[in-house]
Design a protein around this ligand. Structure first.
Ligand SMILES: [Zn+2]
Ligand SMILES: [Zn+2]
Length: 360
């Protein structure tokens, strides 16, 4: 009797020789993720397998699961690019990490290592890059396979549940502040105080900036003040451009909110010589940019995409030194679909971090 590929796979899973794990798998962009039992990956040359202790939920995972972006992931796949855990298997030729190390498995899962971008500190722009939870199965699983060269060791003393959000939200906002060029005494506007914004405020302050936080929820603005924002503006009650202009305008504005209006507000709140940094990816892909004012006021508009391994090491160094606070809540990994619904509804204080069933 002929067997189908699915029956063969099931037989393989039933076989005691094959160790299995749980993974949250996207089979259809219009359906919820499915929790499935699948074989634990086996590392090839240059690869490692990491037992996941914590995995953050980023908005990009939701876009991936819905197939929202022009280049869609190939189905089926497992999202997750804020995975933190312990190296349990090491493939041939891996020298960067060893068994037992705690590592972070970020969005930049692989880059070529030899192109102009890779050798000049811009590996995040490599055209050959592969991304965790998008073109490589990600960390919404008990184990994840990764390239040993592209994971980053998590220093001792950092809680893996803090390390997870730092692996994308942290490194992305840290890099955005670097790209913004914030210097002591600069005034920096952070538009959107969520999973990214609450960290951006802290990195801007570490760089010496004075921070104006803009959001539409009072509780998020209270959090912003706790984390070092000197000024806050509730954009649902007051025009943030007017409020920021009263302060003399900002040297840098970091656009982290997906509301299309906030991009125009961020631009308009700049003082002469100011820089607008694009980070959030709203569904509406365009904004109007006045050429005359941009030229005469010497405005810079720049995009910033995640960060490099060096950036992530620095993010961990700052956290290990007690310089940053990560606002997050943990959920069992089995509640991935409920968590996505809560993030979409805006019911989440900062970052959701999934933990395996047996973790406390
Ligand atoms: Zn992310
Ligand atoms: Zn490259």
């Amino acid at each position: 009797m002929a067997t189908t590929a699915l029956e063969r796979r099931r037989a393989q899973v039933d076989d005691k020789e094959v160790r299995t794990m749980h993974a949250a798998v996207v089979h259809d962009f219009a359906e919820p993720l499915r929790l499935e039992e699948v074989p634990i990956p086996v590392p090839g040359a240059g690869e490692i397998v990491v037992r996941i202790e914590a995995s953050g939920l980023c908005h990009t995972d939701i876009h991936a699961a819905h197939g929202d972006w022009p280049v869609k992931p190939t189905l089926p796949f497992t999202p997750g690019h804020e995975g933190v855990g312990i190296v349990e298997q090491v493939g041939l030729g891996v020298t960067e990490v060893a068994l037992g190390d705690r590592v972070a498995v970020p969005w930049l899962g692989y880059a070529c290592g030899t192109c102009e971008y890779c050798v000049s500190g811009w590996e995040t722009l490599c055209l050959e890059q592969k991304n965790m939870g998008y073109s490589i199965d990600g960390s919404f699983a008990d184990y994840v396979k990764a390239y040993g060269r592209y994971v980053v060791r998590v220093p001792d003393g950092i809680d893996p549940i803090d390390a997870a959000p730092l692996t994308c939200a942290g490194v992305t906002t840290y890099k955005a502040i670097k790209v913004a060029g914030t210097r002591p005494s600069d005034l920096v506007a952070v538009f959107g105080v969520g999973g990214l914004g609450h960290l951006a405020i802290q990195y801007a302050a570490i760089a010496g900036g004075r921070v104006v936080a803009v959001d539409v929820l009072d509780e998020k603005l209270e959090l912003a003040e706790e984390l070092g924002a000197e000024f806050v503006v509730n954009a649902s009650r007051r025009d943030p451009v007017e409020a920021i202009r009263e302060l003399g305008g900002v040297d840098q504005a970091i656009a982290l909110a997906v509301s299309p209006a906030s991009f125009g507000q961020a631009y308009a709140s700049l003082r002469r010589g100011g820089t607008l940094v694009f980070v959030a990816l709203p569904a509406e892909n365009h904004m109007e940019l006045p050429i005359f004012e941009t030229v005469l006021n010497g405005i810079t508009v720049v995009g910033s995409i995640v960060g490099t391994r060096v950036d992530l090491r620095e993010v961990f160094e700052l956290h290990a030194a007690g310089k940053t606070r990560v606002i997050r809540e943990t959920r069992p990994f089995a509640e991935v679909n409920e968590a996505i619904a809560d993030v979409e509804a805006g019911n989440v204080p900062a970052r959701i971090v999934f933990t395996p069933e047996d973790a406390s």
